[in-house]
Write a protein that binds this ligand. Structure first.
Ligand SMILES: Cc1ncc(COP(=O)(O)O)c(C=O)c1O
Length: 390
């Protein structure tokens, strides 16, 4: 291994949301934070170096995004995802959550239904509801180990008036990397019902062996026409604090409407360090990412074995990608509403409560396993002791 993912970096005295919130706001001073989706790893050295070089310049005026920024994303999508895109199909965004909000405002009207596949990343609900649109739920099917899309239910929901779908691909929190078949079936329904798809592919690089991410818009020209894809290096390379993302749509009407909405929101320029970090990550991050993926997958194996051998009542829903996974804790016999608090107070491990993502995930928690293995081991040992005390 060229990169040391076992290295524990102390983040306690930084402004980290992940670390400050459970320790200083919820006041569990030694809690291990395994909730919000950032990893505890240092960014790739090429990113750190590029930002250091830019910081040393000392002048941080308004930026104009250089062509090399877009080229880095174009090359990345081609190299890693076999997807050909063009600069004039792209727009920038300070993040994917802002992009979802812009998209809801740009492509729907107040009162319109927007479909989401629950349980799902909870800002999807906010992007719809905070903009006066209606959430139309298309719950995923769960057979006890694996989630799939319920496409019959989706067709019913479309008949009831949903006109836009926010797709989470790969899916947070259920950890599915949708197969080409699943996406093609979804795509057929989208074309038949004239559905617009906002495809949040922020986790697209974080895919384990045996699965392959397929960009939804790459499936066919008809789908490209009706899809806006959200991408960013922020999950892949652990740069979410740099607030820099992009959207891609080959349909010029869609990309122009999206840009107009970002202008209405007053977001025109960009963030100096975000631009530099985005470009460096996409240009020089391949081998770091390959090693990260092996490390994360080994974390999944470690966690799965530990839970199977040492903690009864908690089951890992094995993820096919991302660094997030659901733990099915219904076997513990605790009230779902008390679950997250139990782990925080008794185990001193802070998760995201499953119910945040939808009522379907009550009794589950979401673990963020994007951390050094010694930290993961310590968290699991704390959980083991807490569960033994029930
Ligand atoms: C599916 C999904 N979309 C968007 C985001 C956040 O995106 P951003 O930080 O760019 O707003 C996350 C973060 O966890 C996510 O899981």
């Amino acid at each position: 291994m060229k990169y040391d993912f076992d290295k524990v970096v102390d983040r306690t005295d930084t402004e980290s949301l992940k670390w400050v919130y459970p320790r200083k706001v919820l006041k569990v001073g030694d809690a291990i934070p395994m909730w919000v989706a950032d990893m505890d790893f240092e960014a790739p050295p090429a990113v750190v170096e590029a930002i250091r070089r830019r910081a040393a310049h000392g002048v941080y005026g308004y930026p104009l995004i250089p062509p090399s920024f877009w080229q880095a994303a174009i090359d990345w999508l081609k190299r890693r995802h076999s997807w050909d895109v063009r600069k004039d199909w792209m727009a920038k965004s300070p993040g994917i959550v802002p992009a979802l909000n812009y998209a809801v405002r740009a492509f729907t009207k107040p009162g319109d239904g927007v479909i989401i596949q629950t349980p799902v990343y909870f800002p999807f609900y906010h992007a719809v509801e905070n903009n006066g649109r209606r959430v139309v739920r298309n719950p995923l099917r769960f057979d006890g180990t694996r989630y799939t899309m319920d496409l019959e239910d989706l067709e019913r929901k479309l008949d009831e008036g949903g006109r836009m779908l926010i797709l989470c691909s790969p899916h947070n929190p259920v950890g599915r990397v949708w197969t080409r078949d699943e996406l093609e079936t979804l795509g057929r329904i989208a074309v038949e019902h004239d559905l617009l798809v906002i495809s949040d592919e922020i986790h697209h690089d974080l895919v384990f062996k045996g699965s392959r991410h397929v960009p939804f818009a790459s499936l066919s020209p008809a789908l490209a026409e009706r899809t806006v894809t959200c991408i960013a290096p922020s999950k892949t390379f652990n740069l979410p604090g740099l607030s820099t993302a992009a959207v891609v749509a080959s349909n010029s009407k869609l990309i122009e409407s999206f840009k107009e909405e970002t202008e209405r929101a007053g977001f025109e320029l960009g963030q100096v360090f975000g631009i530099v970090g985005f470009e460096a990550a996409y240009n020089h991050g391949d081998d770091w990412l390959d090693e990260l993926l092996s490390y994360l997958e080994a974390n999944v194996d470690f966690m799965e074995n530990f839970l199977e051998e040492r903690i009864s009542g908690i089951r890992l829903i094995r993820p096919e990608g991302t660094y997030l996974a659901l733990l099915d804790c219904r076997g513990l016999g605790l009230e779902p509403a008390a679950l997250n608090d139990f782990f925080l107070k008794k185990a001193r491990v802070y998760f995201s409560d499953g119910a945040l993502f939808g009522e379907e995930a009550a009794g589950f928690v979401r673990i963020n396993f994007g951390c050094p293995r010694p930290v993961l081991r310590e968290a699991l040992e704390r959980m083991e002791r807490a569960v033994a005390s029930i």
